[in-house]
Design a protein around this ligand. Structure first.
Ligand code: ADP
Ligand code: ADP
Ligand code: ZN
Length: 218
């Protein structure tokens, strides 16, 4: 099964993606995670991406399209299927993805669109923190670790906040993503692929709706 998960920054894509991957065994492809790994490893691509990410701007399409294309061509994708998270983010990327999938003879099965009230996003992003060793995402208020200071998933004790989750950058990210997002959803709606999910619910209730939507796709 080959899926996209879409939604504004903070909508809960990464949180739901982790659950979808666990339940359905598809490969999680997050362009944000790929860029953060490249930045941490200080690769040439990582240094380039950082120039845009730190300002809340999008990384140029040709760079982003290239890394997704490479990843989708790897052999595990045909076996397991994929969940693309944070891509496409521009209509040009959506068209590039159409081409890439066609070339690889892969069919997109569905698009999970998490809709949230934009007012809740700043609060979500400003409270987000991430496990340094396994990348699991938490929230200070809405989704804390079960034991304070210990990751539920890997037992790690070190956490960090994303550089781009500070309020100045968050505002720019929301503006950029709102402006770019609408035509992409419209593109997939035309193809009849979109399932809209109400994202302003508890994480487990959102996931229950996501599972229902995926069951309807299969
Ligand atoms: P969030 O989870 O908050 O939606 P991501 O982790 O997906 O954010 O992305 C973080 C940043 O990485 C984005 O603000 C952008 O700069 C860059 N990025 C991620 N995906 C893309 C993409 N598809 N196209 C361009 N830039 C991207
Ligand atoms: P995205 O990948 O779309 O940017 P995340 O999954 O990283 O979003 O979620 C953003 C923040 O909001 C995280 O701190 C996460 O723990 C929290 N969060 C995710 N889903 C919900 C929800 N349904 N209700 C409240 N907080 C949530
Ligand atoms: Zn962890």
């Amino acid at each position: 099964m080959n899926l996209l998960i879409m939604g504004l920054p903070g909508a809960g894509k990464g949180t739901q993606a982790a659950k979808i991957v666990e339940e359905f065994g598809v490969a999680h492809i997050s362009t944000g995670d790929m860029f953060r790994a490249a930045m941490a490893n200080q690769t040439e691509m990582g240094r380039l991406a950082k120039l845009f990410i730190d300002k809340g701007e999008l990384v140029p399409d040709e760079v982003t399209n290239g890394i997704v294309k490479e990843r989708l061509a790897e052999s595990d994708i045909a076996e397991k299927g994929f969940l693309l998270d944070g891509y496409p983010r521009t209509i040009e990327q959506a068209h590039a993805l159409d081409e890439t999938l066609k070339a690889l003879d892969i069919k997109l099965d569905g698009v999970i669109n998490i809709e949230v009230n934009p007012e809740s996003l700043v609060e979500r992003l400003s409270g987000r923190f991430i496990c340094r060793s396994c990348g699991s995402t938490y929230h200070k208020v809405f989704n804390p670790t079960k034991v304070e200071g210990t990751c539920d998933v890997c037992g790690g004790h070190e956490f960090f906040q994303r550089e781009d989750d500070k309020p100045e950058t968050v505002k720019r990210r929301l503006d950029v993503n709102i402006a770019q997002g609408e035509p992409i959803i419209a593109h997939y709606r035309e193809l009849g692929l979109v399932s809209d999910i109400q994202g302003n619910q508890d994480i487990d209730d959102v996931f229950a709706d996501v599972k229902k939507a995926i069951a309807a796709i299969k």
